[in-house]
Design a protein around this ligand. Structure first.
Ligand code: SF4
Length: 517
């Protein structure tokens, strides 16, 4: 649905994305991940209604909440004096006649990133997020405006997909790709747009030239699920990861608090602390330290208590979870601060297991286990899961299949580790290797590379996740009568998906032994 309002803002720069990202995800960021798969068992519009409903907007089409990255671009342009605003995709058309540029951000434009690409590969159906973005970018109104002179600039962590899928730029000839942290370069590009200078086809922010803390503006309006960035970069150096190449920066507490206040004042009742590894905030290298972490969480807890807000972490490494608990019970102390047994009975975090193979860990992520020895990595993973279970933290974990140099034995080690994790409440999802970071020139994992032992890893993780998803739902995810229809729809979906997936693996087993090459 496209809306044309009577009143509109006087803006030169429209900042937007498609519905799968421009949503409050009902206040639960993990629901947003449903859009990375195709709609299964229910119509696509019901699927989208569950995981990415339209957020509230004002009469100008400004959404109450927007993805954090878009909010940063909005803040950077506004602070530099440009007329710019984040606009809900349903309202974009009414600005196309007068705006000078359309700025689009995304973290998986064409569903080529994990986990979208593996659902697509396995189920043979386009994921919802890809369909949604293509529908948005194909609007004739956008391309008519482009003929009249509108510039189109795309960026965000998935900008590489515009280059990898060569057809993308032929089908949708956008002007400029922006790779890297864009707060500074977007201001320069905006100047060029207003001056009428020709735009470069691509701008890359060189490593080491990312914006410093004082060049990263505070968001001016609320972010989805109250996400607030506490640091950028990661010191672990995993070879398959793009984040690791970036400079490490910690946001000062005052800056974090100002952004929490923007969200709370804008009506968002959630604090989501974002970092590639929350427990490394203020760390001594890869050793978490109690003082900065307790200060950070004391700050968050102040708002949780005052506003009855929800809480979560974006990501944490399993080695940091283990180290933080073994050195000062930091995880338990944080949990005591933020868990209240009612609105916050548990909180979620995304974690990367990646592999159960010490051999593969040594090749591709030797520091992922640090400060513990890489030989201890599987034990570190299990210890971290146990610590999280004791402290009401529910991880959504991923592991990678098809890392370069992987053998059958590596995958069997991963399966063994997954089996050890069965007692701990969590979701575990496989991802296929996508070339990024230092491995960006390697070949990605393809369907034809799938071996029976990969499918076995899938089966073990699927059984784990279905088992725990039902219990987590019962335990209180999406509590309250307002969520009853969504909960019922999710429960129905889990039952349906479980039947379909397990049936699929039973058929495979009937064909012969699953383990073995
Ligand atoms: S720990 Fe995570 S964020 Fe850091 S380099 Fe490894 S994969 Fe990337």
């Amino acid at each position: 649905m496209r809306l044309v309002g009577k009143e509109k803002l006087d803006i030169d720069f429209i900042i937007t994305t498609d519905r799968c990202l421009m949503s409050d995800h009902r206040g639960h960021i993990f629901l947003g991940f449903m859009a990375t798969g195709p709609a299964i068992g229910i119509p696509e519009n019901v699927w989208k209604w569950i995981c990415c409903p339209k957020p509230k907007t004002d009469k100008y089409g400004r959404p109450q909440v927007a993805p954090y990255g878009l909010r940063k671009i909005e803040a950077a342009l506004q602070e530099a004096g440009f007329k710019a605003a984040v606009i809900d995709p349903d309202y974009v058309d009414m600005y196309l006649d007068t705006a000078k540029a359309l700025l689009i951000g995304h973290h998986d434009y064409f569903a080529m990133g994990p986990p979208s690409n593996e659902w697509w590969m396995l189920l043979g159906k386009e994921p919802v997020n890809r369909r949604s973005f293509i529908q948005f970018i194909s609007r004739p109104e956008i391309w008519r405006a482009k003929e009249r002179g509108l510039k189109i600039i795309v960026g965000g962590p998935a900008v590489w997909q515009w280059e990898v899928w060569g057809e993308a730029r032929r089908r949708w000839p956008v002007d400029t790709l922006v790779e890297g942290e864009a707060e500074k370069v977007v201001v320069e590009l905006a100047r060029m747009v207003l001056e009428g200078s020709p735009l470069p086809e691509k701008v890359t922010v060189p490593l080491g030239k990312e914006p410093g803390i004082d060049e990263i503006p505070d968001i001016k309006a609320p972010s989805v699920c109250g996400l607030v960035e506490i640091m950028r970069g990661c010191p672990r150096g995993c070879r398959f990861c793009s984040v690791t190449l970036r400079r490490l920066r910690y946001m000062p507490l005052e800056k974090i608090e100002r952004e929490i206040q923007v969200n709370i004042n804008g009506g968002v009742r959630n604090v989501l602390l974002h970092s590639e590894d929350v427990l490394l905030y203020g760390a001594d290298g890869v050793r978490p330290r109690a003082e900065p972490l307790l200060k950070l969480h004391r700050l968050a807890a102040k708002y949780l208590e005052a506003y009855g807000a929800g809480f979560s972490w974006s990501h944490a490494s399993l080695a940091a979870v283990r180290y933080a608990e073994e050195h000062g019970h930091i995880v338990s102390r944080i949990s005591e601060m933020v868990i209240d047994g009612d609105r916050r009975r548990f909180f979620g975090v995304e974690v990367g297991i990646e592999t159960g193979s010490v051999r593969l860990a040594r090749i591709h992520m030797p520091a992922k286990a640090a400060p513990y020895r890489v030989e201890e990595y599987p034990d570190t993973v299990e210890k971290a899961f146990s610590i999280m279970a004791e402290n009401s933290i529910i991880p959504a974990a991923t592991f990678i299949l098809g890392l370069p140099g992987e053998t059958e034995d590596d995958v069997l080690r991963t399966i063994e580790l997954l089996e050890r994790l069965r007692p701990y409440p969590s979701l575990i999802v496989p991802m296929f290797f996508v070339p990024m970071g230092m491995l960006k020139d390697m070949d990605g994992f393809k369907k034809e590379h799938l071996k029976p032992y990969h499918l076995e890893a899938f089966r073990v993780s699927a059984e784990h996740s279905f088992y725990w998803a039902k219990r987590i739902l019962e335990k209180g995810y999406l509590r309250g009568p307002q969520y009853a229809p969504v909960r019922a729809a999710i429960r129905k979906f889990i039952d349906y998906a479980e039947r379909r997936v397990l049936e699929y693996f039973r058929k495979l087993e009937a064909l012969g032994p699953v383990r073995g090459g």
